[in-house]
Write a protein that binds this ligand. Sequence first.
Ligand code: GN1
Ligand code: MG
Length: 374
Amino acid sequence: MRVESTEFLEEVIRHYDLPGDIVEATQCLNGHINGTYRVILLTPEGIKDDLIVQKINHYVFKDPEKVMHNIEEVGRHVRSKKAASDCDIISFMNNKDGRNFTEVNGEYWRITRFVKDSITFDFVESSKVLYSAGYAFGRFQSLLSDLPMERLYETIPDFHNTKKRLDYFFDVVSKDPEGRAKDVKKEIDFFSKYYDFATELTRMTEAEEVPLRVTHNDTKYNNILMHKDTLEPLCVIDLDTVMPGLAMHDFGDAIRFAANTAAEDEVDLSKVGLNLEHYREFTRGFMSALQGLTRKEIDTMALGAITITIELASRFLADHLNGDKYFRIHRPGHNLDRARCQIKLAEDMLEKYDEMREIVNESIASNEAATAIE
Ligand code: GN1
Ligand code: MG
């Protein structure tokens, strides 16, 4: 969407050593949280500088400085050890005060250069591209495995605490501030039915049966910039929620998005389900990049995918009941559509749970075979 009046963007850019005039500005609408703009500057030398200028959502991220601290820590760590062949990760420019964000009228902004030839996808057509996406997210976590967790802030407390998410959901249902609960009885029953199943990983985390690791926590396929021709991963983006978490959640959230046979907000629910071929390819890539997982982590990878899908369904539906305050919507009832789509996907995953677990085990076995041959 073209931005007509660009003064607010000019004001942000003035905080940086970026000479030139804005010749084009568009708003990117595929994220649900932050405000993202692609801005082309024409420099005094006549060169086009292609920038991404982003406003951090202050309602969601209560302390944007902590978010930007984490991004700097993680960036420094990954860049100090990554190989040239590894996928890059996003970083932000310093402003004139040497900080990787800038404050304008109480809002927090940041700027990065547009990665040349990159593209993102909101839906995955072919399973072929998924091995490398799985590898990129697995490798991201593996590169961060020796970053001391105490160096990172929890940017959103209890972000993937599914038990707290579901308890909050039922709280919203009981308060029903917009009077919308009467129309979603069937959906509410779904969350009651699977409450114990979906909170098992929370229980295991609290009992320290599974370890915390530095994780991305928002591993949607559109959070990897892909090369527009080769479809190879170029850069992992959206590091706002990098913090201690579970490997199974990163795996699971990626599956939720990339192995869905339809888009995240598809309204024709007959189109929604788990594509096992997509699932297999992503799993193979992720598992080959991320070795050294514990047996319990391996055994709960598939559970992670179903858990995160149920969790997100509850978050979308809670937001719908709350009057759409958290996720940006593009039409009335959008969060309800998203919730229904995620519930349908979770139901399909529950039917395919045994196969999902089997595929994880197969990928581990083939890693072991490959290691033995080496
Ligand atoms: C939000 O803004 P975006 O699209 O990267 C959300 C994720 C959800 C996702 C669902 C901070 O991410 O947790 O999985 O929407 N991010 C936050 O599409 O809540
Ligand atoms: Mg995000």
